[in-house]
Design a binder for this molecule. Structure first.
Ligand code: ADP
Ligand code: ZN
Ligand code: MG
Length: 484
């Protein structure tokens, strides 16, 4: 991750608001489908269209998913939370208000630990709300003059995760988002797909002279559609605010948009134009009660989270922190590794092969580990063959190359190649050893004079002469016998 220089006399302060779409089959207050990509305005009904008299009914699954996510983010769940109307006028909001939660959210006081020093970033709150519709400005007849509205997304369940202003740099914001997404993916409550809008982030940022206690005036950067762009937008915005202050001006509180082509943020609306949402309790919904019994049921569905899993992998399988990080990027990969590691004779060898043989090949073709032709089971099978001496490290490399060339898993290629075995033909090996010994009289003398480390030299020479096909253990034995 590229590090970004932070001005030394000013201290940036960042707080993030993340919206995550929950993977329920139906919307939060009606039974319409949440499926992405349906023809516009087909997943709608009187409730999500905001017809007079239509009444919302809360989706139980949405509450369970939101609670699970909040638990995974170390929040305290409020037994009673209140839905509230957030009133504003916008064409994609047919009711004229969004049902959200305000002063009594579902959950509070959470945190995520980020970075190698495990800095704790506070999570102020996690609340439930409904999504709005989508304005379409292109891709339909007369779109030069008109805007169309698709209300399929209206009423899709979201959670909003609000961080404390604890984030100190753009890199830390990037790290926080990466960890947040990873945790949510592990819980399975969202696919966190930024392209489809199921994860969206608004970044609040201010600067203050280093050492000053009060926070500076913040700007809010909206609708940035990748973590990388959020980092870039923050870098730009921090520099801009420092410059404003340095040149004697004042940062104004406003909403800004990031243009990723130019790498700049632009003012969208200032505080004077800011909304007064006139929040009030939603009269059509009862207070939401998540009691101890329900919480106990939900907590049972909480999986082991990435952080804990990494620590356990290091401890149980003897792998490095770095390997554990790579092997836990997704729950499914971690599950696959764990099954393979359990089945293998030497789990550490499995991790080493992933790192040493798999990652480099994947990187060369620009692929992610989840697109590897060699599965974790394949890695485990190859590790066992090396472990038992059936194949050499060199043969494994060749077989991996074939796997990648043929886009087939290791066991299949191993069969196709007729289950190759490294040579344990003693007479052929002894012939090679004789040659090597004859060709290196000086080294033989050193060995016999007591320099036992020369053994490695001879084994290496024999290995080279046998083109990596010979069993190292056997060479070791035979060379020792010959030299003694
Ligand atoms: P608003 O009332 O404008 O929505 P909030 O107090 O609800 O502001 O905070 C929204 C987000 O902005 C939170 O993530 C919070 O941590 C962050 N935040 C609040 N004040 C500042 C500040 N001065 N600088 C940077 N971030 C801030
Ligand atoms: Zn509906
Ligand atoms: Mg707020």
């Amino acid at each position: 991750m590229p590090s970004v220089a932070v001005p030394t006399t000013y201290e940036p302060v960042i707080g993030l608001e993340v919206h995550v779409q929950l993977l329920t089959a139906s919307k939060i207050f009606c039974s319409c489908s949440t499926r992405f990509g349906a023809p516009p305005n087909t997943n709608v009904c009187p409730v999500c269209l905001g017809m007079p008299g239509a009444l919302p009914v809360l989706n139980r699954k949405a509450v369970e998913f939101a609670t699970l996510a909040a638990m995974a983010l170390n929040c305290r769940i409020n037994e009673i939370s209140i839905f509230a109307r957030k009133n504003y006028f916008y064409p994609d909001l047919p009711k004229g208000y969004q049902i959200s939660q305000y002063d009594k959210p579902l959950a509070e006081h959470g945190f995520i630990d980020v970075g190698s020093d495990k800095k704790r970033i506070g999570i102020t709150r996690v609340h439930l709300e409904e999504d709005a519709g989508k304005s379409l400005h292109e891709g339909f007849p007369d779109s030069d003059e008109k805007t169309a509205i698709d209300l399929n997304r209206t009423g899709v369940p979201l959670i909003e995760i609000v961080s404390e202003p604890d984030i100190a740099t753009p890199d830390e914001a990037y790290e926080y988002l990466t960890r947040l997404k990873e945790i949510i993916l592990y819980t399975g409550v969202s696919d966190c797909n930024m392209e489809e809008g199921s994860l969206r982030c608004d970044a609040n940022v201010s600067v203050r002279p280093r050492g000053q206690k009060e926070l500076g005036t913040k700007a809010e950067i909206k609708n940035v559609n990748s973590f990388r762009f959020i980092r870039e937008a923050l870098v730009y915005e921090i520099a801009r605010q420092v410059e404003v202050i340095e040149s004697g001006g004042k940062v104004v509180q406003e909403t800004r948009l990031y243009n990723s082509t130019e790498g700049k943020t632009y003012s969208m609306r200032s505080k004077e134009q800011a909304h007064d949402y006139r929040y009030f309790p939603e009269p059509d919904l009862l207070p939401l009660v998540v009691d101890e019994k329900w919480k106990a049921e939900i907590v049972k569905t909480l999986p082991e989270l990435p952080e804990a899993r990494r620590a356990r992998f290091v401890k149980v399988y003897g792998i490095t922190e770095y390997d554990a990080q790579v092997l836990t990027v997704s729950k499914s990969l971690a599950d696959q590794f764990e099954a393979a590691a359990k089945a293998a004779k030497n789990p550490k060898r499995v991790a080493n092969l992933v790192q040493g043989e798999l990652m480099g090949r994947l990187k060369a073709m620009g692929a992610e580990i989840e697109q590897s032709p060699i599965s974790m089971n394949g890695v485990a099978a190859s590790a066992d063959l090396v472990e038992s001496g059936a194949i050499s490290g060199k043969m494994l490399k060749d077989l991996y190359d074939l796997s990648f060339a043929r886009n087939k898993d290791f066991p299949e290629v191993y069969e196709e190649e007729g289950r190759p075995q490294q040579s344990s033909d003693t007479s052929a090996l002894e012939k090679i050893i004789d040659e090597v010994v004859a060709a290196n009289p000086k080294q033989v003398e050193q060995y016999r004079a007591g320099k036992k480390t020369m053994l490695g030299f001879f084994v290496g020479q024999v290995m080279k002469a046998s083109k990596g096909q010979a069993n190292p253990q056997l060479i070791n034995e035979l060379v020792t016998k010959k030299l003694e």
